[in-house]
Write a protein that binds this ligand. Structure first.
Ligand SMILES: C[S@@+](CC[C@H](N)C(=O)[O-])C[C@H]1O[C@@H](n2cnc3c(N)ncnc32)[C@H](O)[C@@H]1O
Length: 299
């Protein structure tokens, strides 16, 4: 893997994990290992870090350290995979969601409109659903949902119809096949429009919102009381899911009350206002501009 993935909100996220030197920690999104290295730096010989990534390219980067274990799996199953390692409870969990710069920069992965490549977009290349298969198999209605909710594509209906029709004439197999259809329907700045569509397809291919919800639910179960959950998101829906879950323990954001009318809060919110990258970081790393950090401590 190239070394050019610059970790986002590194200082803020690691400081807020409140690392106990001898504790057990989880980095759910190993990527190029930037956050993991920093966690290890704060651990003593007794501490341990379990990292997850579902992308075999990231796994190649595993750190050589007795205090480190890399698990090649989807983080939505984190509880089960930790159990396989003999771990039931942990002291802190960190997730830095989305794709890495490496994934975007490898043409053959099909994540980027910049390179002509098979339209793939799977983080786990063993999974069945590629973006090309999605475009062949999804109904117009389903595509409208994906494009509008994950990409906020303003002409989602027109584009979904065009994609379904284009697929009937010739399959959309590559990024450039897709780009040709997009070029006929661009609304607003071209690159912004392309980014929105590619992001929407990627989030659906990898079921990113479904995986996030499962991960938060299982993460809560494995976290010790007093342990910190630190999550960096890059999309408004992701941020809303995390915000609601941290506030209420569910995804619709409704406070749950017990039989006496007392509100049960699963977490103490460490930051009520979301933390964004400082201007300097935003200038130096474009990825950080949409990053939002939330931290919660289990009650
Ligand atoms: C933004 S990068 C993480 C970068 C990392 N924090 C660093 O400093 O290098 C996100 C990584 O999480 C992985 N990932 C995303 N969703 C995942 C999931 N559901 N299960 C496991 N890994 C996932 C991606 O494959 C990618 O390598």
């Amino acid at each position: 893997m190239n070394e050019y993935h610059v970790s986002v909100l590194l200082k803020e996220s690691i400081e807020n994990l409140n690392i106990l030197p001898g504790g057990k920690y989880v980095d759910l999104t190993f990527g190029a290992g930037g956050h993991s290295r920093s966690i290890l730096h704060n651990l003593s010989a007794k501490g341990h870090l379990y990292a997850f990534d579902q992308d075999a390219d990231a796994v190649v980067n595993a750190l050589v350290d007795e205090r480190f274990t890399l698990i090649e799996a989807n983080f939505r199953y984190l509880r089960r995979f930790l159990r396989l390692e003999g771990v039931k409870k942990v002291d802190g969990i960190l997730a830095d969601l989305g794709v890495s710069s490496h994934q975007l920069d490898m043409p053959e992965r099909g994540f980027s409109y910049r390179f002509d490549a098979p339209l793939d977009m799977r983080m786990n290349t063993q999974a069945d659903l590629t973006a090309a298969v999605l475009l062949q198999s999804y109904s117009e209605e389903k595509l409208v949902y994906v494009l509008s909710s994950y990409g906020e594509v303003r002409n989602a209906k027109t584009l979904a119809k065009a994609l379904v029709n284009a697929g009937k004439v010739a399959e959309i197999r590559t990024t450039f096949d897709l780009n040709r259809v997009l070029d006929q329907h661009v609304l607003g700045p071209r690159l912004k429009y392309f980014s929105q569509v590619y992001q929407a397809l990627r989030m659906e291919v990898n079921d990113e919102i479904g995986a996030l919800k499962d991960m938060l639910t299982e993460g809560y179960e494995v976290l010790k009381p007093g342990g910190r959950f630190v999550v960096i998101t890059f999309h408004s829906i992701e941020d809303r899911v995390v915000k609601n879950f941290f506030k209420t323990g569910n995804f619709d954001g409704e406070m749950e009350k017990d039989e006496f009318g007392n509100i049960s809060r699963p977490f103490v919110l460490i930051n009520k206002k979301v933390i964004m990258a400082e201007n300097k970081e935003q200038r130096e790393n474009a990825r950080s501009r949409s990053a939002k950090l939330r931290i919660a401590e289990k009650v």
